[in-house]
Design a protein around this ligand. Structure first.
Ligand SMILES: CC(C)(COP(=O)(O)OP(=O)(O)OC[C@H]1O[C@@H](n2cnc3c(N)ncnc32)[C@H](O)[C@@H]1OP(=O)(O)O)[C@@H](O)C(=O)NCCC(=O)NCCS
Length: 210
């Protein structure tokens, strides 16, 4: 059993923590942040993501969840202070869903609520490269928002893994958002494209009208 398998087992064995337990393992900054949400769904997502991240890292690093301390990299990526070598993590929170991930390599996760993108042209200019915009244009109207959000989450995950924040424009990163998603081309700051591995299951093909 590898270190990650061991952590997965230890994490799963703990079951679902209560809200009170989740709150009790946050630090002062996280607890302060929690009080500033207006909507309960946003508060719960933030709590689940931060407590979930702490519990996951606690299982991997074999340290108490409430004793973990976090800092920021130069470009704003959250980092675990005194982390085991190469251990990285990422989280994403949206209403009703969160994702957390940790690995002994740079890792990034992103989730977005499925929604209609109303200002598609403007958003596409910002997020998509011209070849991706062409693929989007050939996609049935009913599926365009889903495909756009798939591009968005894949790109955001890569940018989060790289920890580059807003220094890299997402339309300079080109990805295949099909059923076997890959990074096709990336600015030099993101390293060789073949080193990126994208995990984004696709349950329904995005070239057929549902
Ligand atoms: C900061 C940013 C990562 C936040 O993403 P988001 O979709 O608004 O929110 P998510 O819930 O998915 O992720 C938030 C978490 O990302 C992490 N995060 C913040 N800055 C980060 C960075 N520079 N690198 C990696 N992760 C970061 C934090 O854990 C944060 O959680 P917190 O706010 O509770 O501390 C993102 O807006 C960003 O920098 N994007 C730049 C790239 C871009 O332009 N993307 C557009 C679409 S592709």
């Amino acid at each position: 059993m590898g270190a990650t398998d061991h952590a997965r087992g230890a994490f799963a064995d703990r079951g679902t923590p209560s809200i009170d337990h989740a709150k009790s393992i946050l630090d002062d900054e996280e607890s302060g942040h929690l009080t500033r949400f207006i909507h309960a769904e946003d508060r719960m997502s933030y709590l689940a993501a931060h407590a979930g991240t702490r519990l996951l890292l606690s299982a991997i690093a074999e340290r108490e969840a409430d004793k973990l301390r976090f800092g920021r990299s130069e470009l704003g990526k959250p980092v675990l202070v005194n982390a085991p070598a190469h251990l990285d993590f990422s989280m994403s929170h949206a209403r009703g869903a969160v994702a957390v991930a940790a690995a002994y390599m740079p890792v990034g996760v992103d989730i977005e609520p499925l929604r209609d993108i109303r200002d598609m042209n403007e958003m596409s200019e910002i997020v998509l490269a011209s070849e991706e915009r062409q693929i989007l244009a050939k996609t049935p109207d009913a599926l365009q928002s889903r495909l756009f959000l798939r591009y968005w989450t894949i790109k955001e995950s890569v940018l989060k893994a790289a920890g580059v924040g807003f220094t890299i424009s997402p339309n300079t990163l080109i990805v295949d958002a099909g059923s076997s998603p890959t990074v096709l081309s990336a600015p030099a700051a993101l390293g060789p494209t073949e080193e990126w591995r994208v995990i984004a299951p696709l349950n329904t093909p995005l070239n057929e009208t549902p």
